[in-house]
Design a protein around this ligand. Structure first.
Ligand code: PMP
Length: 308
């Protein structure tokens, strides 16, 4: 195995601690062929008191359980067992600086056709790796350059937006490839009615006329960072609304930023060759608070941290 990132030493796989290099799956794995799997992306940060803390771990595990329910996959572990397993993976990872956690639920070997049967073999694995700035340090500091994708987010009756399902990411991957091949850092997808939806792996916020706006949950993943930012902004007394908006409103916004576990808070400096500019004061204020919160510097939000 060769990776750019440092990978955790052990994987939690169906309740067992397995050495990462020994964790292999077979070619007949159902999810590998057809994409019915559910996953999470969770960050674990080093806190100021030199401990490690997972950010909003129970919320991520709840979303994983919800994703599995939507996908007809019966997870054979309780929420608490999965929370504990994530903590164990962090402790066994050998990564001291904080890591990214990837729980993955998938259908193993057995069913060959699309219909997986009543009780397909469900596999649960939790991996860890070190992950820096998802869209690169330049994008994180100076702001990302993005483009509206030629691909749409799926219709609500085809894309189950409350679920973080493996197969749904084909749409995201195609959009990301298109954006990168066109010299941008990330894609922004519209929904099937033409309204702004989300990035390939991020929710989006705009600040315009003194109001912080994000898309309603109908066509986007229920982002946990999005929810955290809504709460932080409200606590600052910033007016926030969740409503549909169009791409031209985006072009005229004073500030625009992405939120996501991997992307954290990434300012956006350019959209479709229209300049938004350097990260603005609201983005900076919210971003500063977010990084303080994840590092345990603000006790008001300590309920969001699970110490390992
Ligand atoms: N939308 C999509 C499509 C995503 O993949 C992600 C990343 N999980 C997000 C939004 C942001 O969600 P979260 O803040 O929970 O990571």
């Amino acid at each position: 195995m060769s990776f750019k990132q440092k990978i955790g030493e052990y994987i939690w796989w169906n309740g067992k601690k397995v050495k990462t290099e020994e964790a292999k799956i077979g070619l007949f794995t159902h999810s590998l062929h057809y994409g019915l799997g559910a996953f999470e992306g969770i960050r674990c940060y080093k806190t100021t008191d030199n401990r490690l803390a997972v950010f909003r771990l129970p919320e991520h595990i709840q979303r994983l359980i919800d994703s599995c329910k939507i996908a007809h996959m019966n997870v054979p572990y309780s929420k608490q067992e999965l929370v504990d397993a994530c903590v164990e993976v962090v402790k066994n990872s050998g990564i001291a600086s904080g890591c990214y956690l990837r729980p993955l639920v998938f259908i193993g070997e057995g069913p060959l056709g699309l219909y997986p049967g009543k009780n397909p073999p469900i596999e649960v694995a939790i991996m860890a790796w070190e992950w820096g700035s998802y869209l690169g340090n330049d994008a994180k500091d100076a702001g990302a350059k993005i483009k509206i994708s030629s691909y749409s987010r799926g219709h609500v009756n085809s894309t189950m937006t409350k679920a973080k399902l493996s197969g749904q990411y084909v749409n995201s991957i195609l959009a990301r490839i298109e954006a990168v091949e066109n010299g941008c850092d990330e894609a922004l997808l519209l929904d099937t009615d033409g309204y702004v939806s989300e990035g390939s792996g991020e929710n989006i916020f705009i600040y315009r006329k003194g109001v912080l706006k994000t898309t309603p949950l109908t066509s986007v993943l229920e982002g946990i960072t999005r929810d955290s930012i809504l709460q932080i902004a409200k606590d600052f007394g910033i007016e926030v609304v969740e409503e549909r908006f169009t791409r031209d409103e985006l072009y005229c916004a004073d500030e625009v930023f992405f939120t996501g576990t991997a992307a954290e808070i990434t300012p956006i400096q350019e959209i479709d060759h229209r300049e938004i500019g350097k990260p603005g004061p609201i983005t900076k204020k919210i971003s500063q608070k977010f990084f303080d919160v994840v590092q345990g510097k603000d006790s008001k939000y300590s309920k969001w941290l699970t110490h390992c």
